[in-house]
Design a protein around this ligand. Structure first.
Ligand code: GTP
Length: 246
């Protein structure tokens, strides 16, 4: 079989978005992504994006540059779309911060894996939405290596906020600008945000996201993450409407 030229296949699946003075974001997608988690099965439309120096201005230049960019050591973020995200009046989104231990290993030191999978189901039940998987947010922005140091401090009695601070970090150093630019490229209508985190909601509003309401997401409580969840409420001001935490 004669294969089509790669540019003929790829160029119409790529979009270049100006981002900051010296950078462009190149979004690729949609790619059909059928998924199974236990009994839950669905198909999302998957997009990913790459932050590149503005010198790579065209899609052709980007396709030529990727071999030399060591992309595997600079993990990229993703977004899974469900339904008619561009046009539906009502869409819900989650901005999920990567959690290597919770999302991949199923760690019960936190509720991240539960929130990831539950929000995917919520979006499908709702009929339209998006889940942004933010690869540069590990450990609320401190990175995986530092998170492991924070966990060691937590085993000696520090809570999550104290451990971050003891290592010299702020409690939360996450930035949502890239994700918001991608959101704006995919949809211009308002969205509702699945979160309990008032800082996240405020950060997104301050960056111009039209998020008028939040949808709470509590659950996945275990003995090993109880203290972590209590600290979110007591110290980070997470909004709890149900008294899951005592
Ligand atoms: N530094 C640190 N980060 C953690 C810890 N446990 C989970 N995380 C990270 O915290 C992030 C999730 O943030 P949370 O504050 O739990 O939740 P959130 O996403 O801000 O808020 P919600 O939208 O309500 O879920 C992920 O990046 C995890 O890697 C921890 O003990 N210490």
């Amino acid at each position: 079989m004669m294969l089509k030229n790669k540019n003929d296949i790829l160029l119409n699946k790529m979009k270049v978005i100006p981002f900051k003075n010296n950078e462009n974001l190149c979004v690729v997608g949609p790619v059909n992504l059928p998924i199974t988690q236990g009994d839950f099965q669905t198909t999302f439309q998957w997009y990913t994006w790459l932050n590149l120096d503005k010198k790579y201005a065209t899609k052709e230049q980007i396709l030529q540059a990727i071999v030399n960019e060591d992309l595997a050591s600079k993990q990229q973020s993703s977004v899974l779309i469900y339904g008619d995200f561009e046009n539906a009046d009502d869409a819900i989104i989650r901005m999920h911060s990567i959690c290597h231990t919770g999302d991949i290993f199923g760690s019960k030191r936190c509720d991240c894996g539960y929130q990831l999978h539950e929000s995917m189901k919520m979006i499908v039940d709702h009929g339209c939405g998006a889940i942004f998987y933010l690869a540069n947010h590990e450990g609320r922005g401190i990175g995986l290596f530092s998170k492991s140091l924070a966990y060691i401090l937590q085993e000696e009695g520090y809570d999550t906020v104290e451990a971050n601070n003891a290592l010299g970090f702020a409690d939360d150093t996450r930035n949502y600008e890239e994700a918001i630019s991608i959101l704006e490229a995919l949809r211009s209508k308002p969205v509702k945000l699945i979160t309990n985190n008032p800082l996240k909601l405020r950060a997104l509003k301050e960056h111009g996201l039209l998020a008028h309401e939040h949808i709470p997401l509590w659950g996945g409580l275990t003995e090993t993450n109880r203290h972590y969840l209590e600290t979110k409420v007591r110290k980070s001001g997470h909004i709890t409407e149900k008294q899951l935490i005592v």
